[in-house]
Design a protein around this ligand. Structure first.
Ligand SMILES: [Ca+2]
Length: 446
């Protein structure tokens, strides 16, 4: 079900450095942590290097600022937690010397917790997201990055069979082409989040993986920086994804996604996309026109047809002709019936393995098209509608349920049940049942 109502994208703040400001936003463009925190690991594509580079030690922090009393309390608990964690890490093969080097100077970081708590209320509509994700600046910088690294990118494309413009587009969204890779100490951030416990098991797993990376000698503790939530390098791999999918493309024996040279990071992204079935030359999706009176129930991720079959139903490309035969596709309306419509193909699902938000996938896909010289999205968006707040989403669910269209719970998340309730309500009102939970729909419910 992808006719997602209310395409508010939860945007985590400050994940790739807060100063993507040069590109017109003060927030990261990564809607969620990733890539692929839920994917079961595949065999490592490169051998682990035995001759570990000795990790550099962090400078002592004895000359740091005066620590507030509350933080001292946190630190003593944190240090007790570290001692317990070291036992668990040792049982998983992390050596004492690795732990000692990794934790030198590490302290509880309240800023990381503050960021973790502040994520959920920030939402953007799909068009607000794309305005920033596929801005003129980002397109221009993407073309420049493609020119500058063409030889490397051609080699990566030839080796992995993943279109280079897509790899560049992921790079552009994850770190503004390497400009904002994040400066947080990964061990400190992950240890703080694991100790904090809101998603403790997940972050402890990431912390163990980060220590394995250090133990393998791929980088040093001091160089292991990234977002506050643990995403690292040019294309923001979390540690478990790194262990499973990162590659050494330069051939120096280290999978170095942190270096200024983006080669290993870009190859790792291509390897990752290939691993999940990238089809070379197939678009992620194409913009389409829907016929008047289109049955919105057909805009469902589970309904796939060939472009010729869609053309028989009146769904055609923006040139008015049947979409070329790229394989089975489904129809996606990210802003309901009032915005752009896309026919999406298998590669859409492959990009989803990086980040499951529709907006992110469209952002990567459309940015790659534009870097390649393709046209802008032609349809207009319903720009009069803003994103609903969390409270408004809950209110919509309450009001739908009260009106006899149960959303089967009030959690502020617009999932398939809420979309179904929206559609049923729209039908009862004689509206086009596109399932889009817009502000105007909420006003009508009031
Ligand atoms: Ca390398």
């Amino acid at each position: 079900m992808r006719l997602r109502s209310f395409w508010a994208v939860a945007v985590a703040t400050g994940m790739v450095g807060t100063s993507v400001g040069a590109l017109g936003t003060t927030q990261s463009l990564r809607p969620v942590l990733r890539p692929a925190e839920q994917i079961s690991p595949a065999p490592q594509p490169v051998a682990v290097v035995a001759s570990a580079v000795r990790p550099k030690l962090r400078p002592e922090q004895a000359t740091g600022p005066i620590v507030p009393a509350t933080q001292v309390a946190s630190n003593s608990g944190f240090e007790r937690w570290i001692r317990g964690f070291e036992q668990r890490a040792g049982a998983q093969g992390i050596r004492a010397s690795t732990l000692q080097a990794a934790f030198r100077g590490v302290r509880y970081d309240p800023d990381v917790i503050r960021r973790d708590r502040n994520q959920s209320e920030f939402t953007k509509t799909i068009w607000e997201y794309l305005d920033s994700a596929v801005s003129d600046t980002r397109i221009r910088n993407g073309k420049a990055a493609l020119r500058q690294h063409r030889r490397t990118l051609d080699a990566i494309e030839a080796h992995y069979g993943v279109d280079k413009e897509v790899v560049v587009a992921v790079w552009g969204l994850e770190s503004a082409y390497g400009e904002y890779r994040g400066t947080n100490d990964i061990i400190q951030s992950l240890a703080t989040l694991a100790y904090d416990g809101r998603r403790g098991a997940f972050f402890e797993e990431q912390l163990i993986a980060a220590l394995k990376i250090l133990q393998n000698g791929d980088t040093s503790p001091r160089n292991m920086t990234g977002s506050w939530a643990g995403a690292m390098g040019h294309t923001q791999f979390i540690p478990t994804s790194y262990l499973a999918y990162a590659v050494d493309f330069t051939g120096d024996g280290r999978r170095d996604i942190w270096a200024d040279d983006p080669t290993d990071a870009l190859a790792s992204t291509a390897a990752y996309l290939r691993r999940f079935g990238w089809v070379k030359g197939q678009p992620w999706g194409v913009e389409v026109q829907l016929p008047r009176g289109f049955d919105y129930a057909q805009a469902n991720r589970k309904i796939t047809r060939s472009p010729a079959q869609w053309a028989q139903l009146g769904v055609v490309g923006m040139d008015g002709r049947a979409v070329p035969n790229y394989g089975q596709g489904s129809i996606l309306l990210p802003a309901g019936g009032q915005g752009a419509a896309f026919m999406i193909f298998k590669n859409f699902a492959v990009i989803e393995r990086y980040n499951t938000a529709d907006a992110y996938v469209i952002g990567v896909g459309h940015l790659s098209d534009r870097i390649k010289g393709g046209p802008a999205i032609q349809a207009s968006w319903p720009r009069g509608d803003r994103a609903l707040t969390f409270a408004e989403r809950k209110e919509m669910q309450q009001r739908l349920t009260q009106a006899g269209f149960s959303t089967q719970g009030v959690d502020g998340r617009i999932g398939p049940k809420t979309i179904a309730a929206v559609r049923a309500y729209q039908r009862s009102q004689g509206l086009a049942p596109d399932g889009y939970a817009s502000l105007s729909l909420l006003k009508r419910l009031r």
